[in-house]
Design a protein around this ligand. Structure first.
Ligand SMILES: Nc1nc2c(ncn2[C@@H]2O[C@H](COP(=O)(O)OP(=O)(O)OP(=O)(O)O)[C@@H](O)[C@H]2O)c(=O)[nH]1
Ligand SMILES: [Mg+2]
Length: 397
């Protein structure tokens, strides 16, 4: 039908039935709007469908990629409790800085080993008894002590038995592995209290680095968010109290002190009382340097220890002996003598940066079975760090 015919028919129908034109036009407009509405709705639905399909495909692809990698992991059920990370690893840049400090701190010891050992091994057919004897002497000279040098040499003999012309690098790597094994077997967790103060008593002979180690430790603990109280129980040496006070001001922690010449046991007693009252995390007690062969000074240490336990029965929770690596063989005698009177629970080995006698760390650990808690490779606060057998052995040889 032509459009003109349709319009003609429409007019005749309208006029015949007496219908209002405006009503018809309104009905047509509503119908048109409805049709347009339907078209728009259909269009939106289609585009949503497309989006969901894209997302579905994307997630399938990601899942496939994950399952293709070797570290593929199943999704963890939300019902499974997530274990808290026990020990926060230091940031990578911080760890890198420490490793380079450790490496350069131990350079004197390492260079001595490297020069002497490589000279001995170079050009030798195998590790015969004469070569092993020479190696033994070098280890002994680096203050590893006879027993520990014996252990390392026996291990080299077994490892390289029948090996023709062993490479210096292989011998060195074997020494690293064995030293790490010796050190690791004596390590344990320090007895830090989950609740209430942990009391740490620091002892040692004169000038080994007790007070500076306490300052460095306090700075570290505080940076980890722990509250720290210092206790100046070295009432003997002139300016010892001021030295600790300077640290407390520098790092912003409190200090318990009496006058110079007062009874160190009574300062320690007050220190524990204050630590309990203020509920600090750590009480670090500095003591006077005492020669290990002076009986009355060693007896005084026994008295300090007894007093600490009066208000806090388990205190001191840790007793750390500071030894100076530069003193070499003398450090062995100090560990023996202090262990007899004060049951030492850990060692702080300082001044590893100034010596070629870094072997003392392995030797003392092996001989006395006491864990190494911290090592110092310089005078800055960041130069004292928790001991790690693997890192240490890797830098030693
Ligand atoms: N190079 C180096 N020096 C250190 C290290 N640890 C401590 N010292 C220095 O050793 C010196 C003695 O340190 P102190 O902390 O006073 O030693 P101390 O054991 O408290 O001494 P007394 O209280 O007199 O018995 C200071 O000059 C420290 O800076 C270290 O790891 N490396
Ligand atoms: Mg001191």
């Amino acid at each position: 039908m032509k459009l003109s015919d349709f319009i003609e028919k429409y007019w005749s129908f309208i006029e015949k039935n007496n219908i209002d034109h405006e009503h018809v036009l309104l009905a047509l407009a509503v119908l048109g709007l409805l049709i347009v509405g339907f078209i728009i709705r259909a269009f939106i639905k289609k585009s949503k469908l497309n989006k969901t399909t894209i997302q579905k495909v994307e997630s399938q692809t990601t899942q496939k990629l994950r399952s293709d990698t070797p570290q593929a992991q199943k999704p963890v059920s939300p019902k499974v409790p997530i274990e808290p990370v026990a020990v926060a690893e230091p940031p990578i840049s911080d760890r890198k800085t420490w490793l380079s400090r450790l490496h350069s701190g131990l350079s004197k010891t390492r260079d001595q080993f490297a020069n002497s050992l490589s000279q001995i091994i170079q050009g030798k057919g195998n590790l015969d008894s004469e070569t092993l004897e020479d190696l033994h002497e070098i280890l002994f000279r680096a203050d590893l002590g006879v027993e520990t040098a014996d252990l390392l040499i026996d291990d080299l003999r077994d490892t390289f038995k029948g090996t023709d012309s062993p490479q210096w690098e292989d011998v060195r790597n074997r020494l690293k592995i064995k030293a790490e094994e010796i050190l690791s077997k004596n390590q344990n967790e320090a007895n830090f209290q989950a609740k209430g103060p942990t009391v740490v008593l620091i002892v040692g002979v004169n000038g080994v680095g007790k007070t500076t180690s306490i300052g460095k430790l306090a700075a570290q603990y505080m940076s980890e968010g722990k509250s720290v109280l210092l206790c100046a129980a070295d009432t003997y040496r002139a300016a010892a109290i001021e030295q600790l006070e300077t640290w407390s001001n520098r790092i912003g922690c409190d200090i318990v002190k009496h006058k110079q010449g007062s009874d160190p046991a009574s300062v320690a007693f007050d220190g524990v009382k204050a630590a309990i009252a203020r509920n600090v995390d750590a009480l670090l007690i500095d003591t006077a340097g005492r020669l290990h062969n002076k009986k009355e000074l060693m007896d005084e240490l026994g008295k300090i220890k007894r007093v600490l336990g009066k208000d806090l029965p388990e205190a001191p929770h840790e007793t750390w002996l500071a030894i100076d690596a530069t003193t070499g063989q003398n450090a062995y005698q100090q560990v023996g003598a202090f262990s007899d009177v004060a049951s030492i629970t850990g060692l702080i080995v300082t001044k590893l940066d100034g010596t070629a006698k870094g072997g003392v760390v392995v030797g003392v650990s092996n001989k006395y079975g006491i864990p190494i808690r911290y090592i110092g490779v310089g005078e800055k606060a960041a130069d004292l760090r928790e001991f790690n057998p693997k890192d240490f052995s890797a830098s030693l040889f």
